[in-house]
Design a protein around this ligand. Structure first.
Ligand code: NCD
Ligand code: ZN
Length: 338
């Protein structure tokens, strides 16, 4: 069996910088027509200049001149002039808001939502999308649900602001999509596959540890139903978040799952298993293109139900990073990229 996807998009991707960027960017650039690149570098990407320079490094590292790198700015209080400049900058996509300290490199995030409102108002007026890492500081299983009132109040206060709930992990978040037209969401591959039991039910699996952490089976099922059922406001965002192997296999393991090299084959396998291959195109491309009005370069990626051996790790440029499904044999692989 073969599936072709047109212009696959990864709507939430961490590419890092420097040597790690050079190792991982070609993997996403090979399989995807484009991606929304997250700004949580150290220091964060929080100016138009930094964003333009970073985009240059992303494109150079990706080695695919056509790769549609959509860049994000790290949320801070921006002036109208800054936002207007951002809007005119090629490759600018939106602004990513991190509550302070909830995930990797988010220390400079927002501490008090009220202080964010003038910038949000300007973004609404200028049509700049807001992307939100929706977790609070509560107990780990409840962090997303505790954050839902913030989404509600943002969606109600700024009805024309396009708000994306980045990598949702609960049934409650899926349900919230029905309440406000201006909300959409990205869903990762790993939240469609895993529950907390996979992360730590038997042995502790550091390579499956991410924020938000995988939740209960009912949550996974709700996410699956949305993705496989063709929900029009959910989009694929891998949240592929590479960390050097020694930062994962240690005491104080960093949060993040590196899924970029297996994302499309594993999605094809999952959609085929559930008899939903006709919904893959919407999930990995069409929904995002429609929601954001994107004009993505043509690219067709064909997958076939043949084995793909996933390496134990990817190495290069002095880096070593362990992917999702390391050492496993997947049932699908990419056979053509045109
Ligand atoms: C991400 C990272 O490592 O940058 N980690 C993660 O667990 N998903 C940050 C994020 O998206 O939360
Ligand atoms: Zn992320």
């Amino acid at each position: 069996m073969e599936i072709s996807v047109r212009a696959p998009l990864d709507m939430h991707l961490h590419l890092r910088d420097g040597e790690m960027l050079r190792l991982v960017a070609p993997m996403s650039a090979a399989d995807f027509a484009g991606a929304v690149v997250m700004p949580n570098l150290v220091p964060p990407v929080a100016s138009v200049e930094a964003m333009q320079e970073y985009r240059g490094r992303v494109l150079a590292a990706g080695k695919e001149p056509e790769f549609y790198a959509l860049m994000t700015l790290f949320f801070r209080e921006y002036t109208e002039e800054e936002l207007l400049r951002a809007k005119e900058t090629p490759g600018f996509f939106g602004i990513k808001l991190y509550p302070a300290g909830v995930t990797t490199n988010s220390e400079q995030g927002v501490g008090n939502m009220a202080s964010a409102e003038p910038t949000l108002r300007l973004m609404e007026q200028l049509g700049i999308p807001l992307l939100v890492h929706g977790e609070s500081h509560g107990f780990v299983l409840d962090r997303e649900e505790e954050f839902l009132p913030v989404y509600r109040s943002l969606a109600a206060k700024f009805p024309r602001l396009r708000i994306c709930m980045e990598h949702i992990s609960t049934a409650a978040a899926v349900k919230l999509l029905d309440e406000y037209e201006n909300l959409c969401a990205t869903i990762t591959l790993h939240h469609l596959l895993l529950t907390l039991d996979d992360v730590m039910g038997d042995k502790l699996r550091p390579h499956l540890f991410c924020k938000p952490i995988a939740k209960r089976e009912a949550d996974r099922e709700a996410l699956l139903t949305a993705a496989l059922g063709g929900h029009t406001r959910v989009m694929f965002g891998s949240d592929s978040a590479p960390h050097p192997r020694e930062a994962k296999e240690c005491c104080g393991c960093a949060a993040g799952i590196f899924s970029a090299p297996v994302a499309l084959p594993r999605l094809a396998q999952l959609f085929a298993l559930h008899g939903a291959v006709d919904k893959l195109q919407g999930f990995v491309s069409d929904n995002a293109r429609r929601i954001y009005g994107l004009h993505v370069p043509e690219k067709k990626v064909t997958l076939r139900d043949e084995p793909m051996q996933v390496p134990e790790s990817y190495r290069g440029f002095g880096q070593k990073v362990v992917p999702l499904d390391a050492g496993e044999e997947l049932g699908w692989r990419v056979v053509e990229r045109i």
